[in-house]
Write a protein that binds this ligand. Structure first.
Ligand code: NDP
Length: 452
């Protein structure tokens, strides 16, 4: 037996253990499989990584906090939601990762997101550990006052567990500038501290970084551009299918247009819009960010170039590029087969784990450049870390400086993934490159810091 096959057997055994220890957490198990399945070559090449307990510690969160979040709606009725904060790994810095408010949130979802975050944050090269949190609260259709009361109740418990040197949450699905404002206000009130670095994604006038709202979408497009460059192509004149119509999707569409490409779709959980002229991002911002409306309203207002398709799959729309920017497992094997049939060249994951394992396999087999979320959407957390740096220094940088830093970070992540994949005999495989490069950085820090 070769060292690599012994390692493979050990990793398979570990995966079985993880399944036993985490029943009914399919998203977490999917994420753990996805990472561990690519680690055999690095563990075989560097025996110190086979040290008993290293990977076992990596897949077990350092701390998991679950709490009750009671709040009253505008009619005085009491609702009880569940709050989560999973502090996964702090070997590289304070836990860092967003808060998600969506009815589908449960412990397994938060653990998958927190686990991904460890490697993503390591890839940025910055000093941030991995964590994630949220609640099964659904902000859709709630008034500002209801959202405020919910956020205040959520923070009344969460404040005990976070801090600028401990754990620094940000936004994710259902948590944008409005929610971060309410959360920060309550933290400040309870602690009697102006601790700007405790949350990122803050408003521009009170400690927020320029370009933070744009960073995840912009970064995902920059990653797609880097993958195309590697193949001797660029974004100019390419068409793109984008899913979602929230923070990540909007700024993905904006950056594609700025770099000469054309996004022809957007979507939400009710269906998708095809816009032959290309999505008008200012109209989309007005409908989604100002009016908190849905994409069918965008189609109604846009006129004859756009049509709304209720339900259905946005991936049926032919394009050169696909940038899934809504949620996990939104692009399955059938959708991937359609994309391949339609001649897609590159897929850049703006969302976390939007492509299923079968879809990833099929796209890679067909020679499509595939940028996994932990690399492609790392621009958001990277600029969050830059927001922390600005807060610490009590200064604020210009938009141009932040954008320049973001571009450098995304290009470095691309180079790191590309070179790591080549080093481990998987040229062009960004999944393997991202997993191994992220793992090496975290594992080295964990080994140096002893068994804790
Ligand atoms: P938003 O809440 O701003 O937008 C989410 C979008 O995705 C909405 O259009 C929403 O539609 C759609 N969506 C969410 N859940 C579902 C679902 N189950 N089925 C269909 N559509 C759905 O979130 P973000 O744009 O911030 O986040 C999008 C993705 O990007 C997530 O995977 C997130 O983890 C990831 N991400 C976000 C970062 C950030 O900085 N914000 C950083 C890195 C990754 P609807 O309104 O109908 O629910």
């Amino acid at each position: 037996m070769t060292t690599r096959s012994v390692t493979r057997t050990t990793l398979d055994h570990l995966l079985t253990e993880i399944e036993h220890r985490n029943p009914a957490q399919p998203e977490f198990l999917q994420a753990a499989h996805e990472v561990l399945e690519t680690l055999a070559p690095v563990v075989a090449a560097r025996p110190e990584y086979a040290e008993p307990g290293l990977i076992e510690r990596l897949v077990e969160p350092e701390r998991q906090v679950l709490f009750r979040v009671p709040w009253q709606d505008d009619k005085g009725r009491v609702h009880v939601n569940r709050g989560f904060r999973v502090e996964f790994n702090s070997a590289l810095g304070p836990y860092k990762g967003g808060l998600r408010f969506h009815p589908s949130v449960n412990l397994g979802v938060i653990k998958f997101l927190g686990f991904e975050q460890i490697f993503k944050n390591a890839l940025t090269g910055l000093g941030i550990g991995g964590g994630k949190g949220g609640s099964d609260f659904d902000p859709h259709g709630r008034s500002d006052a209801e959202v405020m009361r919910f956020c205040q109740s959520f923070m009344t418990e969460l404040h005990r567990h976070i801090g600028e040197h401990t754990d620094v949450p940000a936004g994710d699905i259902g948590v944008g500038g409005r929610e971060i404002g309410y959360l920060f206000g309550q933290y400040r009130r309870i602690t009697n501290r102006w601790e700007a670095g405790v949350l990122t994604g803050k408003g521009q006038g009170w400690g927020g970084s320029l370009i933070r709202p744009e960073a995840t979408g912009y970064g995902s497009v920059l990653f797609a551009a880097a993958m195309l460059r590697e193949r001797g192509e660029d974004l100019e004149g390419q068409t793109a299918v984008v899913s979602g119509s929230g923070n990540v999707a909007i700024y993905t569409i904006e950056k594609l247009a700025a770099l000469g490409a054309n996004a022809v779709t957007c979507s939400d959980s009710s269906g998708y819009v095809v816009d032959e002229k290309g999505v008008d991002v200012e109209l989309l911002k007005q409908v989604k960010e100002v009016e908190r409306g849905r994409v069918d309203t965008y189609a109604e207002r846009r006129g004859s170039s756009a049509r709304f398709v209720p339900g259905g799959s946005v991936w049926d729309v032919p394009a050169d590029l696909a940038l899934p920017s809504a949620t996990q497992n939104e692009l399955d094997e059938n959708a991937a087969a359609t994309l391949v049939r339609n001649g897609v060249k590159a897929v850049s994951e703006g969302a976390n784990m939007p492509a299923t394992p079968g879809a990833v396999h099929l796209l890679q087999k067909a020679g499509v450049a595939f940028g996994p979320g932990k690399a492609a959407n790392a621009g958001g957390v990277a600029v969050s870390a830059l927001e922390m740096a600005q807060n610490h220094a009590r200064t604020s940088w210009t938009a141009a400086k932040v954008e320049e830093e973001l571009a450098d970070i995304m290009n470095n992540i691309h180079t790191t993934c590309h070179e790591t994949a080549e080093r481990y005999d998987a040229p062009g495989d960004y999944v393997t490159g991202a997993n191994i490069a992220g793992f090496e950085r975290v594992a080295d820090a964990m080994l140096a810091q002893g068994v804790i």
